[in-house]
Design a binder for this molecule. Structure first.
Ligand code: PAF
Length: 280
C-alpha cells in the first residue's frame, strides 16, 4: 500500500494504473476509520482494480471550530486498517496541499443542500462539495463510495456530479450498525460508556416508528417525543422527506421513496449524532 501526500505524486501513480487499463475506486474519508469505512473500502477493492482512500480532515466543511478541533485524528491506526482491507493507495495530504489558496467556489443545490444539515450547519455542504470535487478531479475514479449514514451528503454529491459532469458512478453503501442498532460513526468514540448506551435508543425508536401505522405528522411527533423523553437525548431536527429530492412530504403517497432523517444531541458535551430510517 502506497501512502501519498501530494497531488502530483498521486496523479503520476494513477496515470500508470490507468495506462494499464485498470479501473479506479475512490473512498473519500476524514480518517478516524471504523468498520463502516472498512465496508466501503472492501467493496471498492472487490469492484475495482485499484482502490484509493483519501484521509483528509477537511476544514472547509466544519462551521464549528470546536467540532473540528475535537475530531479524532488517528492516521497510523487508519493506515493499518486500510492495509488489512486491501487498499492500494492512501492519499493523506496536508491542508496547504489541498488549499494553497482559500477555496472561494460556491455550490448550491437546493433543496438537497439547504434543508436539515444544510440549515443547521451553514456552509457545511459547500465545504463537502469543495473537497469532493477536488478529489474527483485528482483521482478521476470510475466509482466513488459513500456511506448511506450521511444520507443527505450522497443526495448533494449526486447533484454536484450531475452539475459538473463528472463521469463516475456514485456507489451508496448501507449503514453499518452495532448489535444494539447504533450507526457506526467516528463521533461515537467521543461518547462516554453511559452515553453510548443511551444513544442506541435513537435507532430503536426510529425502527419502532415504521410499524405503528401512523400518518407522516404522527410519525414525526412520535419519534421526537419518544427520543426527547430519554434523559441525555435531545432531538435537533427530525424530517420526513422525499428520498431523492429531500423535499418535505406530508403523506406517504407523496413520493416513491421516503426517509426520516434525524439529528440528536447526546450527553453533556453534547455530541451530535445523525441517523436515518427508510419508510418507503
Ligand atoms: O463523509 C465524510 O467523511 C466527508 O464529508 C467526506 C465525504 C470525506 C468529505 O470530506
Amino acid at each position: 500500500m502506497e501512502v501519498i501526500n501530494n497531488i502530483s505524486q498521486l496523479r503520476k501513480s494513477l496515470a500508470l494504473h490507468r495506462s494499464k487499463g485498470q479501473t479506479i475506486g475512490l473512498v473519500p474519508t476524514m480518517g478516524a476509520l471504523h468498520e463502516g469505512h472498512a465496508s466501503l473500502v472492501r467493496r471498492s477493492v472487490k469492484e475495482n482494480d485499484v482502490t484509493v482512500v483519501s484521509v483528509f480532515l477537511n476544514p472547509t466543511q466544519f462551521n464549528d471550530p470546536k467540532d473540528l478541533e475535537r475530531y479524532p485524528r488517528t492516521l497510523d491506526a487508519d493506515c493499518q486498517l486500510l492495509e488489512e482491507c486491501g487498499a492500494d493507495i492512501v492519499f493523506a495530504p496536508s491542508v496547504k496541499e489541498i488549499y494553497p489558496e482559500p477555496d472561494t467556489r460556491q455550490f448550491s443545490y437546493p433543496p438537497t443542500d439547504s434543508v436539515m444539515e444544510g440549515a443547521m450547519r451553514p456552509g457545511h455542504f459547500n465545504g463537502v462539495c469543495q473537497i469532493v470535487s477536488k478529489l474527483f478531479s485528482y483521482v478521476e475514479p470510475d466509482r466513488a463510495y459513500f456511506g448511506e449514514k450521511d444520507y443527505q451528503q450522497i443526495a448533494v454529491i449526486r447533484r454536484m456530479v450531475e452539475d459538473l459532469g463528472f463521469k463516475l458512478q456514485i456507489v451508496p453503501c448501507p449503514v453499518v450498525r452495532q448489535d444494539d442498532g447504533l450507526a457506526l460513526s467516528s463521533r461515537n468514540t467521543l461518547l462516554t460508556k453511559k452515553e453510548r448506551v443511551t444513544a442506541a435508543n435513537i435507532y430503536r425508536i426510529l425502527n419502532e416508528s415504521r410499524s405503528l401505522g401512523l400518518t407522516v405528522q404522527q410519525t414525526h411527533d412520535y419519534v421526537v417525543d419518544e427520543i426527547n423523553k430519554i434523559p441525555g437525548l435531545e432531538v435537533q431536527y427530525f424530517s420526513i422527506v422525499d428520498g431523492d429530492s429531500l423535499a418535505d412530504v406530508n403523506s406517504w403517497d407523496d413520493a416513491q421513496s421516503i426517509v426520516g432523517c434525524i439529528t440528536v444531541f447526546c450527553g453533556s458535551k453534547p455530541i451530535r449524532l445523525i441517523d436515518h430510517i427508510r419508510y418507503i
